[in-house]
Design a protein around this ligand. Structure first.
Ligand code: KG4
Ligand code: ZN
Length: 339
C-alpha cells in the first residue's frame, strides 16, 4: 500500500443505498441513492427497502468508483454497515461487501452505523476542525437518539438515550400529524423558519437522569390538534408554521437540556452533533446559542455527512484498517447493535 489507504464504504441500513471512496480521511466520492418508493407509504417499508438496495447497490458502487477515478484494483479494503438497521436492508450491503472482499482479495471491515455517525467528524472537510478527545456526541437520527461520551475512536460510552421514539422519528411522526410529506423532519424545519416557536407550549417529557423520551410529545400534539380542529377545521393549515416551530422548539429544548446536564456532570466542553437531525436549523442555532452561554466548543458536520452516507462508513474503515481490525467472512449483519 502506497501512501494513504483507499477504502470503499457501503451503507444500506435503512432507505439510502450509499457508496463512498476515501483516500485516508479525504473523500474522493460520496454517492447516495435515496429510495423514493417509501414516500407513498409515509414511512420506510422494510421489504421495499431491501429490494431497492438490490437494484441500486451495483450502479451506486460503480458510480462511486468512477467519480473517485479509482479502479477496483486500487481499493485497499471494503467497509460496510453491519448494524443497527433493517435486517433485510443490511444483508444486501453485507453480502455485497463480502463478495467484493473475496473477489478482490482485500480486507473486510464491519462498521457500527451509530459509531460511524460520530466518527464522521474525522472526515477531512474544508475549514472544519476535528474534535479532540474526550468529547460529548449527541447522535440524533431517525433510528437513534443518544448522548455519548467519546474517549477515543473506539472507546465510547452511552450516557443516556431515548426510552421510546428517536428524535427524528418524533419529527417524522409530528410531520405526519400535520399533513407534511415523509420524511417530515426537513419539512418541519422549513415551516418552523417562518413560525413562532413560543406560539404553543407543548409538554416536555419528564425523564430522570440523562435518558430522553419523545412519544409523549407526539401524543400531546395529536390531542391538542384534535381539540383545536373541532372549533376551527382549518386550524392546522392556518397555523402550520407556528405548530412546526413550537414542536421543533420542544424537541430541540429537550435535547439541549439533557446535553447540558451531561456536559456538567462529566465536565465536557467539546460537543459534537451527529445524525440526520443535526441538519435541523433550529437545533444548530439553539446549540450555538447555548455554546456561547456555556463556553462550549461545538462541532457540526457538513450536511452531506449528517444524514445517512457511506463516507462515514469508509472513514471508520480507514481507522480500522490502521489498527488492522478486520472482520471474518462469517460476520453477520445485526439489526440491533450497541455502541
Ligand atoms: O441519520 P439519518 O439519515 O438516518 C437514520 O439513521 O435514521 O436520519 C434521518 C432522520 C429522519 O427522521 C429525518 O426526518 C431527520 O433525520 N432529518 C431532519 C432534518 N433532516 C433530516 N429532522 C429535522 N430537521 C431536518 N432538517
Ligand atoms: Zn443514520
Amino acid at each position: 500500500m502506497k501512501g494513504d489507504p483507499v477504502v470503499l464504504g457501503i451503507e444500506s441500513s435503512c432507505d439510502d443505498t450509499a457508496a463512498a471512496v476515501l483516500r485516508g480521511s479525504r473523500v474522493l466520492a460520496n454517492v447516495v441513492a435515496s429510495q423514493a418508493v417509501h414516500q407513498a407509504y409515509g414511512g420506510v417499508v422494510p421489504e421495499l427497502a431491501s429490494r431497492a438496495h438490490q437494484q441500486n447497490i451495483v450502479p451506486v458502487v460503480h458510480r462511486a468508483l468512477c467519480e473517485a477515478k479509482v479502479s477496483k484494483k486500487e481499493v485497499d479494503a471494503v467497509a460496510f454497515t453491519r448494524g443497527p438497521g433493517l435486517i433485510g436492508a443490511l444483508l444486501v450491503g453485507a453480502s455485497f461487501a463480502k463478495s467484493l472482499s473475496v473477489a478482490l482479495d482485500i480486507p473486510l471491515i464491519a462498521v457500527n452505523h451509530v459509531k460511524a455517525h460520530i466518527l464522521a467528524h474525522f472526515i477531512a472537510a474544508a475549514g472544519a476542525t476535528v474534535p479532540s478527545f474526550p468529547f460529548l456526541a449527541l447522535t440524533v437520527s431517525g433510528g437513534h437518539t443518544q448522548i455519548v461520551l467519546v474517549r477515543d475512536y473506539f472507546d465510547m460510552e452511552v450516557l443516556g438515550e431515548t426510552l421510546d421514539d428517536a428524535a427524528g422519528e418524533a419529527f417524522d411522526k409530528i410531520a405526519k400529524i400535520l399533513g407534511l410529506p415523509y420524511p417530515g423532519g426537513p419539512h418541519i424545519d422549513s415551516s418552523a423558519e417562518k413560525g413562532n416557536p413560543k406560539a404553543f407550549a407543548f409538554t416536555k417529557p419528564k425523564v430522570e437522569g440523562l435518558n430522553l423520551s419523545f412519544s409523549g410529545l407526539k401524543t400531546d400534539i395529536l390531542r391538542f390538534l384534535q381539540r383545536a380542529v373541532k372549533s376551527d377545521p382549518n386550524f392546522v393549515e392556518r397555523r402550520i408554521n407556528d405548530l412546526a416551530a413550537s414542536a421543533q422548539h420542544a424537541i430541540t429544548e429537550t435535547l439541549l437540556e439533557k446535553l447540558a446536564l451531561a456536559a456538567d456532570r462529566f465536565g465536557m466542553r467539546r460537543i459534537a452533533l451527529a445524525g440526520g437531525v443535526s441538519a435541523n436549523r433550529g437545533l444548530r442555532s439553539a446549540l450555538r446559542k447555548r455554546a456561547e452561554q456555556n463556553a462550549w466548543r461545538v462541532y457540526v458536520p457538513e450536511l452531506a455527512y449528517t444524514t445517512d452516507n457511506a463516507a462515514m462508513i469508509a472513514m471508520v474503515g480507514v481507522l480500522k484498517l490502521q489498527n488492522r481490525s478486520f472482520s471474518a467472512l462469517d460476520t453477520t449483519a445485526a439489526a440491533r447493535l450497541k455502541i
